[in-house]
Design a protein around this ligand. Structure first.
Ligand SMILES: Nc1ncnc2c1ncn2[C@@H]1O[C@H](COP(=O)(O)OP(=O)(O)OP(=O)(O)O)[C@@H](O)[C@H]1O
Ligand SMILES: [Mg+2]
Length: 248
């Protein structure tokens, strides 16, 4: 579960997030849509503690991040938040000097102090579920974009995040891969994960998201069931965005 209240973020005079409110119930997927520059990635970076928030609160299970608390307290809470939130970035950022297996066990071993053998056993299970068990000993540089992405998903899930964030996960994928990614993500939702996915592909989101939030110039303009927002948006700005080809 994640609950965001009154979230604000500015860079100097540029107010990027102007008071964002939403909640994502457990075991559901929230899709975030919006024009380029509307603040989607900034929002995601606030949710995983990569950006400091200037106003409001972010609550994820028992961790509560809020603007205006002491620097030391904020940093402590960000560390706790990062244990709850996994992120798959647009460009994956796998460690090039580590094998696929090494990429997946790195954080569980060094952050959670999971015994290496236990972490490896689980890594093989995750690789199996993303169809890449055979690639365990290979290095990221030898993998295709779609394969690297699946490793990045397995790596994020290895930390058992309460919440998984994905920023533009379909950008490197062909239509067949997009279909299999959608099915893969749904299996992880069925196993209990909660997700937020930013995407410019309405076709993809229509098949994977339970709810959709439309962000426009740093404000939530519309937020509702995916089917309703995508097929019969209420706000004129959402209508225009979808008509202008927020399409595949
Ligand atoms: N560190 C920063 N310093 C100054 N401005 C920033 C910074 N990070 C983001 N911005 C600005 O904030 C605005 C929102 O950026 P953001 O990356 O969140 O957009 P987005 O909705 O993810 O767009 P896209 O669909 O193109 O990925 C942009 O105008 C961007 O230039
Ligand atoms: Mg972005």
């Amino acid at each position: 579960m994640i609950r965001v209240r009154g979230l604000r973020k500015h860079f100097g005079d540029a107010h990027i997030l102007k008071g964002i409110d939403f909640e994502v119930p457990p075991r559901t997927v929230l899709g975030i849509i919006g024009a380029s520059g509307s603040g989607k990635s900034t929002l995601l970076r606030c949710l995983n503690g990569l950006e400091t928030i200037d106003g409001g609160t972010i609550e994820c299970d028992d961790v509560r991040l809020e603007a205006g608390i002491s620097h030391a307290d904020y940093r402590k809470r960000v560390r706790a938040l990062r244990l709850k939130v996994g992120t798959v970035f647009q460009h994956f950022y796998l460690f090039p000097h580590l094998s696929v297996l090494g990429n997946i066990v790195e954080a569980p071993v060094h952050v959670l102090r999971t015994p290496r053998k236990t972490a490896e056993t689980e890594a093989y299970e995750l690789l199996e579920s993303v169809g890449l068990r055979v690639a365990a000993r290979r290095y990221p540089g030898s993998l295709s974009g779609g394969e690297q992405q699946r490793v990045a998903i397995a790596r994020a899930l290895a930390m058992h995040p309460a919440l998984l964030l994905l920023d533009e996960p379909t950008s490197a994928l062909d239509p067949r891969r997009i279909n299999s990614l959608r099915a893969l993500l749904r299996t992880f939702v069925d196993r209990g994960h909660t997700m937020i996915i930013i995407s410019h592909s309405m076709g993809f989101l229509g098949g994977v998201a339970d709810h959709i939030l439309f962000l426009d110039a740093g404000l939530v303009v519309e937020h509702g069931p995916a089917e309703q927002v995508l097929n019969s948006p209420q706000d004129q700005r959402t209508k225009e965005f979808l008509e202008q080809g927020g399409v595949d």
